[in-house]
Design a protein around this ligand. Structure first.
Ligand SMILES: Nc1ncnc2c1ncn2[C@@H]1O[C@H](COP(=O)(O)OP(=O)(O)O)[C@@H](O)[C@H]1O
Ligand SMILES: CC(=O)N[C@@H](CCC(=O)OP(=O)(O)O)C(=O)O
Length: 288
């Protein structure tokens, strides 16, 4: 953005979107890979959140922290293992997971929002019975304290929204007996977006969006195309649970899903307020 004319044009172009999205809920998942410990890009993300709230959008942030958990486990001399992108979580690992997600990353994001004049409250799924779940069993294998969400109680979010606080959610759930559960952050964001019937679910990650087999960005995808790309192995690794979350959110009534690069400054605003966007948008297939 160079001249005042260009800046004005950006604002003029954004006006119809601002009207459309007024009062709507956007669930924004900020992945651990996109969070670099408070660098410029992370700060621009916090700035964008504050701006979205100012113009009447209701942002709900769900953050990850997988790389940061692995890093601390490594420093503590603990081995870690993933099964299909899900961390096998014994009791010691659960202690580290909660320490990093709720104790560190959640605090960092709240602080970043405050540095930009916003008001944020950090919660985990353990607060106010927000995310209640059960232990997940994967292909008959016990994964320890890994959770699957059974119910979302949005009361705490309504309360925060009424007082104009941005909720920052750590993906830790709780069983009905009070045991902590480690929930994949993509899954948590998708389930929360579905429960809130959010207008948008925006996945901020560490790649430009979903890429094809030549590494080119795919601007728009529907369910059939995603299933085909997974089948051909073009979508792999951590992108598979992300896509499953995106499809689940759409099936549960979320308007549209976006996968964007959280390392790009102001990626959130560019995706929401420009017709071309910067990442991949995922839409319902024709006829649905
Ligand atoms: N087709 C694809 N397009 C983009 N990324 C892909 C694709 N297939 C696999 N990936 C991998 O998925 C990663 C994103 O998932 P993940 O690391 O779990 O992110 P996050 O921490 O944000 O949840 C990318 O960095 C990339 O290595
Ligand atoms: C069960 C499970 O795998 N939980 C994840 C939670 C964090 C997460 O999902 O973080 P990203 O979004 O940064 O990957 C984990 O332990 O790594």
């Amino acid at each position: 953005m160079e001249s005042i004319h260009e800046k004005a044009q950006v604002l003029i172009d954004a006006l119809p979107y601002i009207r459309t999205f007024h009062g709507k809920t956007f669930v924004i998942k900020f992945g651990g890979g996109a969070l670099d410990g408070g660098g410029e890009e992370s700060l621009s993300f916090a700035q964008d959140l504050v701006l979205l709230q100012h113009i009447g959008i209701r942002p709900v942030v769900v953050h990850g922290g997988g790389p940061q958990i692995s890093s601390l486990m490594g420093r503590l001399g603990m081995a870690f293992e993933f099964v299909n992108g899900i961390r096998v979580t014994g009791s010691d690992a659960m202690e580290v997971v909660e320490m990093v997600l709720t104790g560190r990353i959640n605090r960092e994001i709240v602080t970043m929002v405050h540095r930009h004049g916003g008001r944020a409250v950090g919660i985990s799924g353990r607060d106010a019975g927000f995310l209640v779940g059960t232990r997940k069993v994967h292909d008959g294998r016990d994964l320890g304290h890994v959770g699957e969400i059974v119910s979302v109680n949005p009361e705490i979010l309504d309360l925060l929204d009424r007082h104009r606080y941005i909720p920052i959610v750590a993906p830790v759930g709780v069983t009905s007996e009070g045991e902590a559960l480690n929930i994949n952050a993509d899954e948590a964001a998708a389930v929360i977006a579905g429960a809130l019937k959010a207008e948008k679910l925006i996945m901020m990650t560490n790649t430009r969006g979903v890429l094809d087999d030549k590494g080119e960005l795919l601007g728009s995808l529907d369910r059939e195309e995603i299933l085909s790309l997974i089948g051909r192995g073009v979508i792999a690794g951590g992108m598979v649970p992300k896509m499953q979350g995106c499809l689940r959110a759409l099936a549960e009534g979320v308007g549209k899903v976006h996968v964007i690069d959280g390392r790009i400054a102001h990626a959130l605003l560019l995706e929401i307020f420009t017709p071309e966007g910067v990442g991949t948008e995922i839409v319902r297939g024709g006829g649905e």
